[in-house]
Write a protein that binds this ligand. Structure first.
Ligand SMILES: NC(=O)c1ccc[n+]([C@@H]2O[C@H](COP(=O)([O-])OP(=O)(O)OC[C@H]3O[C@@H](n4cnc5c(N)ncnc54)[C@H](OP(=O)(O)O)[C@@H]3O)[C@@H](O)[C@H]2O)c1
Length: 252
C-alpha cells in the first residue's frame, strides 16, 4: 500500500476568499446563481436589481453583504451606487437588460438605437463608475449571447446587436487594465427571463433542447455561474468572449 492511497484528499482554498463581487442584476437568474457560487468560493457579495422585495429575498438566501435597488440603465443611479460603496471591490457581473426581438421593419429609430447600443451604453456607464473602486486583477463581466450567430428569419436586430459586444469588451479591456473585462456568450439558459420570453412554450423548448443539444440537457444558471466565477478567479483572462450554450449554436 502506498502513502498516496491512504492520504486524505487535499482541501483546496476557496477561489474568491477575501474578495468582493458586485452583481448588477443579482436578484434572479444568472446573477443570483453567480452570487450563490461566489459565496461558496469565499466572496462577499453585493446584489442590485430594480424590485426591492425580490432583492431582499435573494440577499437573505445568499447572505449578501449589501443590496441596492436601482435601474442599471440610469447612469446617475449607477454612479451613486458605486460612489456609496464603502470599500474596494474585485469583480462586477452585469446581467441587467435583455434582448430585443421582432421584425426589423417594425422597429422605429429609437428602438433600433436602443437595441444596437443599449447594452454597450449600460456596460460603459457601469465601467466608468466602477473601475476606480476595483482592485487590479478583478474583472468586469458582461453578458452576450450565441443565439444571434446564425441569421434566420425572426432573429431581427439580435445578431447585429450581439456582434458588437466582443470587440467592445476587448477594446475596453485595454483601456481599463490592470482591471480586466470579459464577456460570456450564452445560448438558452433556464432562468426567469427565458420563462417570461417563452411563456407556455417553455416546456416544449426545454424538451427540444434536451433532444437536440450535444450535451443532452438544458443549460442552467448554475452552469453560467461556474463559468463566471472561473473568469473572476483566473487572472490570465481578459478581453475575451466565452461561449456557454451546450453546442446550441451548431445545431439550432
Ligand atoms: N436566459 C438566457 O437564456 C440568456 C441567454 C443569453 C444571454 N442572456 C443575458 O443574460 C442576462 C441575465 O439573464 P437572466 O436570464 O439571468 O435574466 P433574469 O432571470 O431576468 O434576471 C435578471 C436580473 O437582473 C435584474 N435586472 C433586469 N433589468 C435590470 C435593470 N434595468 N436594472 C437593474 N437590474 C435589472 C433583475 O431584477 P429586476 O427585474 O428586479 O430588476 C434580475 O435580478 C441578460 O442580459 C440576458 O439578456 C440570457
Amino acid at each position: 500500500m502506498t502513502s498516496a492511497s491512504t492520504a486524505a484528499p487535499a482541501r483546496r482554498e476557496p477561489e474568491l476568499a477575501g474578495q468582493t463581487v458586485v452583481l448588477i442584476g443579482g436578484s434572479a437568474g444568472i446573477g443570483f446563481e453567480t452570487a450563490r457560487r461566489a459565496r461558496s468560493e469565499g466572496a462577499e457579495v453585493i446584489l442590485t436589481g430594480r424590485n426591492p422585495d425580490r432583492l431582499e429575498q435573494a440577499a437573505l438566501e445568499v447572505g449578501a453583504q449589501g443590496t441596492a435597488a436601482f435601474d442599471a440603465s440610469n447612469p446617475a443611479a449607477v454612479q451613486r451606487f458605486f460612489q456609496n460603496l464603502a470599500g474596494p471591490i474585485d469583480h462586477v457581473l452585469v446581467t441587467a437588460g435583455g434582448p430585443t426581438y421582432g421584425p426589423l421593419l417594425e422597429m422605429d429609430a429609437a428602438q433600433v438605437s436602443e437595441a444596437l447600443s443599449g447594452h454597450i451604453v449600460v456596460a460603459l456607464e457601469i465601467t466608468r463608475a466602477a473601475v476606480d473602486k476595483m482592485r487590479p486583477g478583478g474583472t468586469l463581466l458582461f453578458m452576450g449571447g450565441t443565439g444571434g450567430r446564425r441569421i434566420a428569419r425572426g432573429t431581427g436586430i439580435v445578431p447585429a446587436a450581439t456582434d458588437a459586444l466582443p470587440p467592445f469588451v476587448a477594446a475596453l479591456a485595454l483601456e481599463i487594465a490592470p482591471v480586466r473585462a470579459n464577456l460570456i456568450a450564452a445560448g438558452f439558459v433556464d432562468t426567469p427571463l427565458s420563462a417570461s420570453l417563452l411563456g407556455d412554450q417553455l416546456d416544449a423548448r426545454r424538451k427540444e433542447l434536451r433532444e437536440t443539444l450535444p450535451i443532452g440537457r438544458v443549460v442552467g444558471p448554475a452552469d453560467v455561474a461556474a463559468l463566471a466565477v472561473h473568469i473572476m478567479s483566473n487572472t490570465a483572462l481578459t478581453g475575451a468572449t466565452y461561449d456557454i450554450d451546450g453546442g446550441q449554436q451548431f445545431v439550432s
